[in-house]
Design a protein around this ligand. Structure first.
Ligand code: ZN
Length: 136
């Protein structure tokens, strides 16, 4: 089995930002030469989650609002006494630190409306994530 991995840096410019990285993931899969297997996209940060969903502007706003409602800023969290960003950590655990996507015939098996997003909740920040492709 072949394992091919690349760590990619991103800069966010807003407090909360959703970044579509599908193109970057496809590029790493292409470079890997893996035809059949899978790819994992993994966040290195405790305020950044990863999810798969539709890249539609109003839906992205809805996703941000939904997570803000579940974990509002400054709601008396203990971690805020340390660095005032407990809401960012809590929002990120509602997502996952990684997603796994099967690769078939050199292509991601994502559906038509599925895009891979990084969601950073404590920006602006310099962030990184790893794309690891495994297979034959
Ligand atoms: Zn913190």
């Amino acid at each position: 089995m072949k394992v091919f991995r690349r760590t990619i840096r991103v800069k966010t410019s807003k407090p909360v930002e959703l970044i579509n990285v599908t193109g970057e993931v496809e590029e790493v899969v292409r470079e890997s030469g893996v035809r059949n297997g899978g790819v994992i996209v993994f966040s290195h940060h405790t305020t950044m989650g990863i999810y798969i969903n539709e890249d539609e502007e109003r839906l992205k706003r809805d996703i941000i609002d939904f997570l803000e409602k579940l974990a509002p800023k400054g709601a008396g969290y203990r971690h805020d006494e340390i660095d005032n960003n407990a809401h960012s950590h809590l929002r990120s655990i509602l997502l996952n630190p990684s997603v796994w996507i099967p690769v078939s015939d050199g292509r991601l098996m994502t559906g038509t409306w599925q895009s891979i997003f990084l969601a950073e909740f404590d920006g602006p920040r310099s962030r990184s994530y790893t794309v690891q492709v495994m297979g034959e």
